[in-house]
Design a protein around this ligand. Structure first.
Ligand SMILES: Nc1nc(=O)c2c([nH]1)NC[C@@H]1CN(c3ccc(C(=O)N[C@@H](CCC(=O)O)C(=O)O)cc3)CN21
Ligand SMILES: CC(C)C(=O)C(=O)O
Ligand SMILES: [Mg+2]
Length: 279
């Protein structure tokens, strides 16, 4: 907890353990809790579109939104490595545009690395971004930005052929220079095979216990998002209940003039009040 986590630290954990911890955060108060909680990596995920901006999916998330939220998170991250998602449209147009957008997240957002979705087809993009100086985390399996092409938020790699493709994709991303790869919603045995086939760490979300690390969306694991709950989510707290009861207590006390009390109020000198009354 004393110094900033580096890419080298993350890579080394594949051999040394313990498993790598990663959680999303999108703003100052949450990033503060995650960083002080000793989590290794903070993901400023494009899931922010769904859990904080209320979009139906992650497609509409913009570079401006990613930069804005990354700034808030990187300001507090004293320990955790900050990884920001490149949103849909930021890296699929051209290699030049991908490098430009990665530069922006680094320069303006002060992220430590970027994450982008896709396998072999993204290898040349990954290579160019890594060569330009930005560390890249890969993301394969369920790739929410291309959920439309995948037929929805569905488990991936269930056939022998699809599993083979996943392993090839992971190897291509490793060869292209990724420092780690997120494996989302794939059968646990496949995630284990991918993990064993690579020299870089895998970070699982719905990918079983044999990955080198785990990631979850923080709003899911603390109970602040209820539009849906993927099977891979464990809810460690129900923070929405705590906030809801605080809100109803406040509303009740205001309506009944029990808040604010004396101690929440300001006074002034009585002679000043007298002057006012005379005037
Ligand atoms: N709040 C939140 N949590 C996430 O994990 C998350 C996001 N948002 N937004 C971006 C993507 C979308 N993700 C999702 C969304 C839904 C399922 C889901 O409901 N899956 C079904 C399985 C469906 C099937 O395979 O047929 C499940 O039961 O888990 C999974 C991943 C993961 N990411
Ligand atoms: C679900 C994780 C891996 C993600 O990409 C996000 O939060 O956007
Ligand atoms: Mg994402």
């Amino acid at each position: 907890m004393t110094r900033k986590t580096t890419i080298v630290d993350i890579k080394a954990r594949k051999k040394t353990g313990p498993p790598i911890t990663m959680l999303t955060a999108y703003d100052y108060p949450m990033a503060l809790l995650v960083d002080r909680g000793g989590i290794d990596m903070i993901l400023v995920g494009d899931s922010l579109g769904m859990v904080v901006l209320g979009y139906p999916d992650t497609i509409s998330v913009t570079m401006d939104e990613m930069v804005h939220h990354t700034k808030a998170v990187s300001r507090v991250a004293e320990h955790a490595l900050v990884v920001s998602d490149l949103p849909f449209g930021a890296y699929n147009v051209s290699i030049e545009k991908a490098v430009e957008n990665a530069n922006r997240i680094m320069k303006e957002g002060r992220a430590d690395a970027v994450k982008l979705e896709g396998g072999r087809s993204m290898a040349s993009v990954v290579e160019a971004v890594v060569r330009s100086g930005t560390p890249v985390q890969g993301h394969i399996g369920l790739t929410p930005q291309t959920a439309s092409a995948l037929g929805g938020f569905k488990v991936q790699g269930k056939s022998a052929e699809a599993a083979r493709t996943l392993i090839d994709d992971a190897k291509a991303l490793e060869a292209a220079g990724c420092f780690s790869i997120v494996l989302e919603a794939i059968p646990a045995p496949i995630a284990q095979m991918v993990t064993e086939a690579l020299a870089i760490p895998t970070i699982g979300i719905g990918a079983g216990v044999h990955c080198d690390g785990q990631v979850l969306v923080i709003h899911d694991m603390v109970g602040l998002f209820d539009r849906f709950t993927p099977k891979f989510v464990k809810q460690y707290a129900k923070v929405s209940d705590i906030i809801a009861s605080a809100i109803s207590a406040y509303a009740d006390e205001v309506k009944n003039r029990r808040f604010p009390e004396e101690r929440h109020s300001f006074t002034m000198k009585t002679d000043e009040l007298d002057k006012l009354e005379k005037a």
